[in-house]
Ligand binder design. Structure first.
Ligand code: CP
Length: 301
C-alpha cells in the first residue's frame, strides 16, 4: 500500500482484497486472539468536525491493536491559531506513528500527508470519506459474497458530496455499477467519473432504482453546509429513499447509510428501520474492522 490513505485512489484492487481479508480475520478473532501490531505506537486523531462512529471506532481500534490513541481537537491546537499545516505535520511526525484527520478542506489533508513522515489517514474531508467506503464495500462483500460488476448500487441525494465522490471512486476501484440519483444542480463531478462506463448520473429517482442491489444515501446538509439548508431541503426532497423505490429494485435489495440518518429527510423511517432491508448497523460496525486492518497495514509494519 502507499504511505497514506487520503482517497480510494490510494489503494489498488489487490490492496482492497488484503483489507477485506484482514478485516474479516480481525472481526472473527476480536476478543479471542491477541494481535498488537501498534504496541508502543501512538496514533493522533485530529478532529475539526463532530463525530460519533469515526472517533470511537478509531480510538477503540488503536487500543485493540495495542497502541495509544490521542484524541486531538483541531480547534484547540495551534494550527487553529495560524500555525501552518506543514509545521504541524513536521512536529506531529516527531511524536506519532500515524495521524488520522477529519477536517474541512481536502487540500489540508494532502498538505499534512505531503510533509508528515508517518502515515496519514483521511477520516473525512468536504470531498472524500474513504474509511466509510471501505466499511461499505466490506458490508457488500459480506451480504453479496463479492464486490464487482455484478453489483448495482444507487446513491441518492447530493451527487457532489464527499459520499457521492467516494462512491464514484469505489465504483472505479471495484467495477460495480453505480447510479447517482441527483438533481441537475448537484449532479456528480464529471472529472471524477472520467471515462468510467459503469457510473451514470440519473436525475429521475424512480428510474435510478431499477435493478438496484444496494440503495445508499447520506444527509442532505453535510457538516459545513448548514447555511444552505433551505435550498438543499427543497432540491433533494424527490430523492428520499422510500419503500416504493424498492419495488423497482432487485428482490432482496438492501439499504446502506453512512449515518447519522435523518428519518423523513434523506430516508423514510420504514426503510431505515426495516430489519430485512436496512444493514446500516452492520455497516457502522465494519468501520472498526476495516480501520484496524488499514492501520495494521500502514502503521503496524
Ligand atoms: N459515518 C461517519 O463518519 O460517522 P461520524 O460522523 O459519526 O463519524
Amino acid at each position: 500500500m502507499k504511505k497514506d490513505l487520503l482517497t480510494l485512489q490510494d489503494i489498488t484492487r489487490d490492496d482492497l482484497e488484503k483489507i477485506f481479508e484482514l478485516s474479516l480475520k480481525l472481526k472473527n478473532e476480536r476478543g479471542k486472539v491477541a494481535f498488537k501490531p501498534l504496541a508502543e505506537k501512538s496514533v493522533g486523531l485530529v478532529f475539526a468536525k463532530s463525530s460519533t462512529r469515526t472517533r470511537i471506532s478509531f480510538e477503540v481500534g488503536v487500543s485493540e491493536l495495542g497502541g495509544n490513541p490521542l484524541y486531538l481537537d483541531q480547534g484547540k491546537m495551534q494550527v487553529g491559531r495560524g500555525e501552518t499545516v506543514a509545521d504541524t505535520a513536521n512536529v506531529l511526525s516527531r511524536y506519532l506513528h500515524g495521524i488520522v484527520i477529519r477536517t474541512f478542506e481536502h487540500s489540508e489533508v494532502e498538505e499534512l500527508a505531503r510533509v508528515a513522515k508517518c502515515p496519514v489517514i483521511n477520516a473525512l474531508t468536504n470531498d472524500f470519506h474513504p474509511c466509510q467506503l471501505l466499511a461499505d464495500l466490506l458490508t457488500i462483500k459480506e451480504y453479496s459474497g463479492k464486490v464487482d460488476k455484478s453489483i448495482r448500487m444507487a446513491f441518492y441525494g447530493d451527487g457532489r458530496s464527499n459520499m457521492a465522490n467516494s462512491c464514484i471512486l469505489a465504483a472505479k476501484l471495484t467495477g460495480m455499477e453505480l447510479v447517482i440519483a441527483a438533481p441537475e444542480q448537484e449532479a456528480p463531478r464529471t472529472d471524477l467519473i472520467g471515462d468510467a462506463k459503469n457510473i451514470i448520473w440519473e436525475s429521475d429517482p424512480v428510474k435510478a432504482a431499477e435493478g438496484v442491489d444496494y440503495f445508499y444515501t447520506d444527509v442532505w446538509v453535510s457538516m459545513g453546509f448548514e447555511e444552505e439548508r433551505a435550498r438543499r431541503m427543497e432540491i433533494f426532497r424527490p430523492y428520499q429513499v422510500t419503500s416504493a423505490l424498492f419495488d423497482k429494485a432487485k428482490k432482496d435489495a438492501k439499504f446502506l447509510h453512512c449515518l447519522p440518518a435523518h428519518r423523513g429527510e434523506e430516508v423514510a423511517a420504514d426503510v431505515m428501520d426495516d430489519p430485512k432491508r436496512s444493514i446500516v448497523f452492520d455497516e457502522a460496525e465494519n468501520r472498526l474492522h476495516v480501520q484496524k486492518a488499514v492501520m495494521t497495514m500502514l502503521m503496524g509494519e
